[in-house]
Design a protein around this ligand. Structure first.
Ligand SMILES: N[C@@H](CCC(=O)N[C@@H](CS)C(=O)NCC(=O)O)C(=O)O
Length: 208
């Protein structure tokens, strides 16, 4: 069975939603950010970055990095057809947007919410946050264009990359404004959210 180091509202949402889509069994190991459990020696021995998610595979191999997990999980469950076959043109498109999300959008969101970590000068924090929000909107505009023809990043076909996109959309600081500016982002968010496995996952992460 998979073991997923999990925190409410965290990036554990993406691998969890993928497990739910596939119907794969997983155990949650809950890490409480408020109690700073992600900074404990025990958790740092799992992920020295002190970040969630972390994942232990059924053979005991440890993984960190959300996008890497998604690729590995879809490859272990080819019957679920949540990624195109390796080597295909569609796979190239899948990887392009997966890595765009992981290496641009996810870090930009971290800059929005953890702005104080990006300077030793407290007076710089507000500007860092404002610049990150502007970058985030630019990146979502690129994604909005990539969703044509949609409705998914692979056109008609829903795949694991849409799960990562959906999670990052949830974290936009002002989703109503995002949806006005980027109608295809609004459409894909609604379609992914309507999937029973995703809705089930979301209920565990949304703020009460
Ligand atoms: N590059 C990592 C980023 C993971 C990450 O930053 N997770 C956040 C939660 S969404 C976290 O653990 N934050 C706690 C902290 O940095 O103190 C990934 O893709 O998995």
């Amino acid at each position: 069975m998979y073991k997923l180091y999990w925190a409410q509202g965290s990036g554990a949402m993406a691998p969890q939603a993928l497990f739910e889509e596939i119907g794969a069994e997983y155990e949650k190991i809950v890490i409480d950010f408020e109690k700073e459990e992600h900074k404990s020696d025990e958790f740092l021995s799992v992920n020295p970055m002190g970040q969630i998610p972390a994942l232990v595979l059924p053979d005991g191999t440890l993984m960190t990095e959300t996008a890497a997990m998604l690729v590995h999980i879809v490859d272990r469950h080819p019957g679920a057809k949540l990624a195109p076959p390796a080597g295909s043109g569609e796979r190239a498109r899948f990887l392009r947007w997966l890595f765009f999300l992981a290496s641009n959008v996810y870090p930009t969101i971290l800059r929005v919410y953890y702005s104080e970590r990006y300077s030793t000068d407290p007076s710089a924090v507000e500007g860092i946050k404002a610049a990150a929000e502007a970058d985030l909107n630019d990146q979502f505009e690129i994604l909005n264009d990539a969703l044509d023809p949609g409705p998914y990043l692979l056109g008609e076909t829903f795949s694991a990359v849409d799960i990562l996109l959906w999670m990052l959309i949830q974290w936009h600081p002002v989703p109503t404004r995002l949806f006005e500016d980027a109608p295809r982002i609004k459409q894909v968010a609604g379609l992914v959210q309507a999937r029973p496995a995703i809705a089930r996952t979301w209920r565990e992460h949304e703020e009460n």
